[in-house]
Design a protein around this ligand. Structure first.
Ligand code: AMP
Ligand code: ZN
Length: 136
C-alpha cells in the first residue's frame, strides 16, 4: 500500500522540537509536494484537498496540511490556527461539491483503533448520501 511510516512511530523532530515539515516516504507529504499524483480539489497555501483514491461516498475528499503532523492531536497541539484552517478548507470543499446544505461528515481517524492508516493528519470530508451511525 502506501510507503508511509508505520503508525506509532513518532515523526522525526527537528532540534527545536517541532515536527519536520516534510517527512521522506510519507504519502501525503508526497502528494502535497506534487511528487505523487492525486486529483487535487483545492491547492491552498497551508492546506491541500484531493479526492480519496477509494471513495466511500459520492463526495470523499481528504484535506491535509502541507506540513507533516502525524495526527489531529499533534496538529491541535501546534496551536497556530492550522486546525481551524483545515476545517475551513473542509467546509470550502463541501460548498464546491454542493453538499453544504444537505450535510456532510468530517472524520479524523486517529491511531490504530481509530482506523488511521496514513500517518499524516487528514480530514475525510464525506457526503452526497445520508451517513449512518454508529460507524463501523
Ligand atoms: P485513514 O484510513 O483514515 O488513515 O485514511 C487514509 C485514506 O487515504 C484512505 O481512505 C485511503 O483510501 C486514502 N488513500 C490512500 N492512498 C491514497 C492516494 N494515493 N490518493 C488518495 N487517497 C489515498
Ligand atoms: Zn507527511
Amino acid at each position: 500500500m502506501s510507503p508511509d511510516r508505520p503508525l506509532g512511530r513518532p515523526a522525526p523532530r527537528t532540534t527545536s522540537g517541532h515536527y519536520d515539515r516534510s517527512v521522506p516516504d510519507c504519502l501525503f507529504c508526497g502528494i502535497a509536494a506534487g511528487q505523487i499524483p492525486a486529483t487535487i480539489m483545492l491547492d491552498g497555501k497551508r492546506t491541500i484537498a484531493f479526492r480519496d483514491i477509494n471513495p466511500q461516498a459520492p463526495t470523499h475528499v481528504l484535506v491535509v496540511p502541507r506540513d507533516h503532523f502525524p495526527d489531529v492531536a499533534a496538529l491541535a497541539a501546534a496551536g497556530d490556527g492550522l486546525l481551524d484552517e483545515l476545517v475551513g478548507t473542509a467546509r470550502e470543499i463541501a460548498v464546491t461539491e454542493g453538499i453544504e446544505a444537505s450535510g456532510y461528515r468530517i472524520v479524523f481517524n486517529t491511531g490504530q483503533d481509530g482506523g488511521q492508516t496514513v500517518g499524516h493528519v487528514h480530514a475525510h470530508v464525506l457526503g452526497g448520501r445520508p451517513m449512518t451511525w454508529p460507524p463501523g
